[in-house]
Design a protein around this ligand. Structure first.
Ligand SMILES: [Fe+2]
Length: 305
């Protein structure tokens, strides 16, 4: 069985590209690169030509995820693996691969019907070191762990969702069972990994948007502190205060982006564990701040009924 090796890139749809350009550079510290044609740009965070493909399409949501496989042999095996399991896979044209700056690409939908792409051979710009959009103490931690992790909505239940992502070679399970006062059942969150990162994709929180949050990891703890100060000074809503997660040990905080979903900046995570275990809360911190998460938590309570 072949496996995806990392989340290589993501496609975002936004309502206001100017706001996102500014947010990406001056808050997230990403490198903004202009694209030919109005209403598009890309963000870099390492030597990759792009990690984010951003389009002003009005959706303010996640458009697609790009998962990498090691090479052309794995690419062909993955197409067979998915097709044999009954998944409809379309191998993209050379023009579609060029559009993403990869050697080959296939397009499909996950169990909930959300577009994903599987590719090999991303363009790496070894001659163009990452240039952060603002000062940083260190860089972004990508490497074998890919660009970061995200929590995504699912609409078919954990079992079917896991069955699909297992076809991509992912592994994981429920890592949080959070008791909700007055509710008979805890809220469960499911986390899946495909490399050393504890989770690349996770599921569970209710929400209307496909994406709940995106986490990008920094190499220096001081970059979490610096980002927190910038967010606070600019009056950007903090959604969860600094704290440490019990599952991936990430020290992080959450804040709102111009599209109304959350970004997480984290540091110090541990590697994925092969053995399953669950937690009822985080190590410390991460409390909902300023009422931003209040509506979300009310939805959690309703969803747990
Ligand atoms: Fe996270």
């Amino acid at each position: 069985m072949v496996q995806v090796t990392e989340l290589g890139y993501i496609g975002l749809g936004v309502k206001n590209l100017a706001d996102w350009r500014d947010f990406a550079a001056t808050v997230l510290a990403l490198e903004v690169v202009e694209e030919d044609g109005a209403g598009r740009c890309t963000f870099r965070m390492d030597y990759w030509r792009h990690r984010f493909l951003v389009e002003e399409d009005g959706s303010d949501d996640l458009n697609f995820l790009g998962f990498r496989v090691a090479g052309q042999d794995e690419f062909r095996q993955m197409a067979t693996q998915l097709t044999d399991a009954g998944v409809v896979v379309r191998v993209g044209s050379p023009a579609e691969a060029d559009e993403r700056r990869v050697l080959e690409i296939m397009k499909l939908n996950d169990a909930s019907g959300y577009p994903i792409e599987i590719f090999h051979g991303p363009q790496i710009q070894a001659d163009k070191p990452f240039h952060p959009g603002r000062r940083m103490h260190g860089g972004f931690k990508t490497g074998d762990g890919g660009l970061g992790h995200l929590i995504q909505r699912e609409t078919v239940g954990f079992e079917k969702t896991y069955e699909f992502y297992k076809l991509l070679g992912m592994r994981g399970g429920v890592e949080y069972r959070i008791p909700v006062p007055g509710q008979p059942r805890p809220v469960e969150l499911m986390f899946l990994h495909c490399n050393s990162r504890d989770h690349t994709i996770a599921f569970g929180p209710p929400g209307v948007k496909r994406i709940n949050h995106l986490m990008i990891e920094v190499e220096a703890m001081d970059d979490v502190g610096l980002a927190y100060e910038i967010v606070r000074r600019r009056g950007i809503a903090v959604a969860m205060a600094p704290g440490r997660h019990a599952n991936d040990h990430m020290y992080s905080f959450y804040f709102m982006n111009p599209s109304g979903w959350m970004c997480e900046i984290g540091w110090g995570a541990r590697a994925a564990s092969h053995q399953s275990e669950y937690y009822q809360r985080d190590s410390y911190g991460h409390e909902a701040v300023g009422g931003v998460m209040k509506g979300v938590m009310e939805t959690v309570s309703v969803a747990a009924e």
